[in-house]
Write a protein that binds this ligand. Structure first.
Ligand code: ATP
Ligand code: MG
Length: 469
């Protein structure tokens, strides 16, 4: 309650209204006392006028008249010569005299407060003008108890009324603040939260609707901010996608160019002098292109296009890959073997599956070359009832720790000099696009074993296993 805007308004209003009521309390009590005393003078005047009717009244009647007027004595001065007097015993000395003809507002307030704070019963004398110019002066002596009781009673009623008024006012103000301030502010907050959940969605940008000028200005500023943010987010996203696409193109282009580089090496052994003359130029150009690709490979990644699935003879695909890699072996002692049932065909995009196999076989070849030891790489094809499996194994050193920790994470797992750390990520993504998954079955000093799982039923989509993607 104390922390909310409307709650604070409620409490502050009660305090302010009570404060205002206290300020008007003193003058109104003073006014009440004045009226009270004047009415006593008037009653006393009426009582004394009974004397006019018959000059001598007996003591009983006189006492009754005074009791009705609630005074002890009355002196009504009619003119310089005559005066009427009613009197009864006064129990105490007169403690104060108040002249109602002279007292200004400050004196009235002071006397009223004095009466309120003084609980002792006293006798006072009050002077005033007789009503209807019935004489020059009227003077009464009276007790204060009745006056004080009436003043206290009046004061209590004023305070109770103030309380009721302040509670009602505060309640209205509370509701008004809720409707005019809190609700619009909450709407803006809700809108901000909604926007924050998906800042790239232009439909979530705030539409200024507030009727309150200040709030509307805030909404307007927020709209500008959100629009700018959304635009820059979209731009950033597009740039990220572009970067990813460039990285992938560069990666595969480099692989293609590396193969071309190997073929051009052969051109240098040609007999034809023109070919011999041009070959080094070609090699240089391709080398430059490879370098360009490698330096471009510092950028993000993007989605691959959906594979165009056909039935592909696996032996042919694997044969192509191995032939290319054999050429790249150079001086190293690496042997390749393939064990694919002659009739085995898989449903795949031949171009994409070629890239996957090339990545796996090349990784193995590069890993073995780096050790300088002899090694073997084999590709095996297997069929089960609902899957095709292509196993790529090698006798290399196994994946370094970093590569295992960041397996299938772009740019993170690469440990090879000149490698981008994209090959496995791209391969895994391509296999996933086929509805299958790529898994690392085993890796260690005795070698590495990757498996490509492809579903036989076109609609089957498997959940990848741990350590697979
Ligand atoms: N068969 C393997 N044997 C040993 N280490 C491997 C093998 N395959 C992959 N690795 C390790 O995993 C890392 C990641 O391989 P990945 O193909 O993703 O990237 P890369 O080969 O470094 O670069 P590129 O993007 O050019 O392929 C490699 O750097 C290498 O250290
Ligand atoms: Mg690689």
């Amino acid at each position: 309650m104390l922390r909310s805007l409307s709650g604070r308004f409620l409490i502050l209003t009660v305090l302010f209204v009570m404060h205002a009521e206290v300020l008007i309390f003193v003058p109104s009590v003073a006014r009440f006392r004045q009226d009270y005393l004047l009415s006593r003078l008037e009653r006393a005047q009426i009582a004394s006028l009974a004397l006019l009717a018959n000059d001598m009244i007996d003591a009983d009647v006189e006492e009754e008249l005074l009791r009705n007027a609630e005074v002890y004595n009355v002196v009504l001065r009619r003119d310089e010569a005559r005066q009427l007097i009613l009197s009864s015993p006064v129990p105490d000395e007169v403690s104060a005299t108040y002249d109602m003809r002279m007292d200004g507002p400050w004196a009235l307030m002071r006397d009223a407060l004095t009466r309120l704070v003084d609980p002792a019963p006293r006798v006072i004398r009050v002077l005033g003008n007789p009503v209807r110019e019935a004489g020059l002066l009227i003077e009464v002596t009276m007790p204060t108890e009745g006056l004080r009781v009436a003043m206290l009673d009046y004061g209590r009623r004023v305070l109770a009324l103030s309380l009721v008024i302040s509670v009602i006012t505060s309640a209205f103000l509370f509701l008004a603040v809720r409707a005019l301030l809190v609700r619009p502010i909450k709407r803006v907050i809700g809108q901000m939260q909604n926007y924050a959940a998906a800042p790239e969605d232009t439909r979530r940008i705030i539409e200024p609707t507030a009727g309150i000028t200040e709030l509307r200005e805030a909404e307007q500023a927020l709209k500008t901010l959100e629009t700018e943010l959304t635009n820059s987010l979209r731009q950033k996203e597009r740039l990220a996608q572009l970067g990813g696409a460039v990285a992938k193109i560069s990666h595969d282009l480099r692989n293609i160019l590396t193969s071309a580089q190997l073929f051009t090496d052969r051109l240098e052994q040609s007999e034809d002098p023109t070919v011999l003359r041009l070959a080094p130029k070609l090699v240089n150009s391709i080398t430059r292109a490879v370098n360009l690709c490698e330096s471009t490979l510092a950028f993000g990644r993007a989605e691959e296009p959906a594979p165009r699935l056909t039935m592909v003879p696996l032996a042919e695909l694997v044969g192509d890959v191995i032939e290319g890699e054999r050429l790249a072996v150079g001086d190293a002692d690496i042997s390749f073997s393939e064990d694919i049932p002659a009739t085995m065909t898989v449903r795949a995009d031949p171009e994409q599956m070629h890239r996957v196999l090339l990545n796996l076989v090349r990784n193995a070849r590069q890993a073995i070359s780096a050790t300088g030891d002899p090694g073997e790489i084999s590709v095996r094809g297997e069929e089960t009832e609902d899957a095709w499996m292509i196993r790529v194994t090698d006798t290399g050193p196994g994946l370094p720790k970093k590569a295992q920790e960041h397996l299938f994470t772009a740019f993170q797992g690469g440990t090879r000099k000149g490698g981008a750390g994209l090959g496995l990520v791209i391969s895994a993504e391509l296999v996933r696009g086929h509805g299958g998954w790529l898994s690392l079955e085993q890796t260690g000093p005795e070698g590495t074993h990757f498996v490509i799982h492809l579903p036989r039923r076109p609609d089957a989509m498997r959940a990848p296993e741990p350590r697979a993607a």
